[in-house]
Design a protein around this ligand. Structure first.
Ligand code: R5P
Length: 320
């Protein structure tokens, strides 16, 4: 990946919501500009007020706000910030959401439910965003939910670069289920190592799918299990136990988005894993972080994409 972040830009501003100020600050530092000043106030009735504390007239503004707890408040804060920036005459506003809210509600797979990821895209546009910048969406169709231009970045090259520095002599990439097989195959190709896929089946209507078969071989090998996100940790815990039972001698788990909801930290702590590799697309509170974890920063990737959007240069070239 080529990184060509240039000199500090005029007319470019980076603001942050409350979700991940450290990531926003790191992006601004990469670009070489100070973080824009804003303040969010929560009233006793739980209403939010956002005040933009500097002039943004005719500015190209990027608001960094990945989806993380408290999720609903984070979404509302982002919408209110966009609205405030619009009323303050920002020239263009880009919502930067490395982890997209409601990314998994992306289809109508039951009657009478909402495709909430599409609703999120509608709300962001209605609030006044001109563009969106996302990363490793749970499913590609989410990008199409936007009618404004939406770029999708990928942190996979970062994970590949990191793992490429480790011993891959006896390694195999493992997809934890068929849904992840395509991405895992690309990952394995980039690392020049074989692929194995865990085959899961559902045995009763109310039963969760269970790992029953492995397509490929992990016996005596290092299994690198890759997933786009880890939410409850259920998928990964099961995959780890399965590859161990199939004879893997070393297990690495790599994922882009460490959502780590609910019981996930306990599940990750109990799993027979040698090392975890995540990105900082979402902050991991220290008490929820396993000591075997390496966190790779996506700040320089986001900074580069922001500079390219600002200058009107290609973003897809970043992945060429
Ligand atoms: C599934 O489609 C995804 O790729 C992840 O495997 C899933 O989102 C992980 O969820 P959990 O950690 O709750 O099993």
């Amino acid at each position: 990946m080529r990184r060509t972040v240039g000199p500090p830009e005029e007319n470019l501003k980076i603001f942050t919501g409350s979700a991940h100020p450290a990531l926003a600050a790191a992006i601004a530092a990469h670009i070489g500009i100070p973080l824009g000043r804003s303040r969010t106030h929560r009233f006793s009735n739980e209403n939010l007020k956002v005040k933009i504390e500097e002039n943004v007239r005719e500015q190209d503004v990027f608001v960094v706000q990945p989806s993380c707890p408290p999720v609903s408040e984070g979404i509302l804060e982002l919408l209110i910030m966009i609205d405030a920036l619009k009323s303050a005459s920002a020239r263009r506003i880009t919502a930067v959401m490395p982890y997209f809210p409601y990314a998994r509600s992306d289809k109508k797979d039951e009657p009478r439910i909402s495709i909430t990821a599409r609703l999120m895209a509608d709300l962001i546009e209605t609030a006044g965003a001109d563009r969106a910048l996302t990363m490793d969406l749970h499913s590609p169709q989410v990008q199409g939910f936007f009618r404004i231009p939406a770029d999708q970045l990928s942190a996979i090259p970062l994970l590949v670069e990191h793992l490429g520095k480790s011993d891959l002599g006896n390694a195999v990439v493992v997809a934890p289920d068929a849904g992840e097989a395509k991405d895992a195959a690309r990952f394995a190709k980039r690392l020049h190592i074989p692929l194995a896929i865990i085959d899961k089946r559902r045995f009763g209507d109310d039963e969760k799918p269970r790992a029953i078969h492995l397509v490929g071989d992990v016996r005596g090998k290092r299994a690198i299990i890759i997933d786009d996100e880890i939410a409850t940790g259920g998928t990964i815990a099961e995959a780890v136990a399965f590859v161990r039972s199939e004879g893997a001698t070393h297990v690495t788990v790599a994922a882009v988005h460490p959502v780590l909801s609910g019981n996930a930290p306990a599940r990750l702590a109990a799993a027979a894993v040698d090392d975890y590799v995540f990105t900082d697309s979402i902050p991991i509170p220290p008490e929820r972080r396993d000591p075997r974890t390496t966190v790779l920063s996506v700040a320089s990737l986001l900074a580069e994409a922001i500079m390219r959007i600002h200058d009107g240069r290609s973003v897809s070239e970043l992945f060429a």
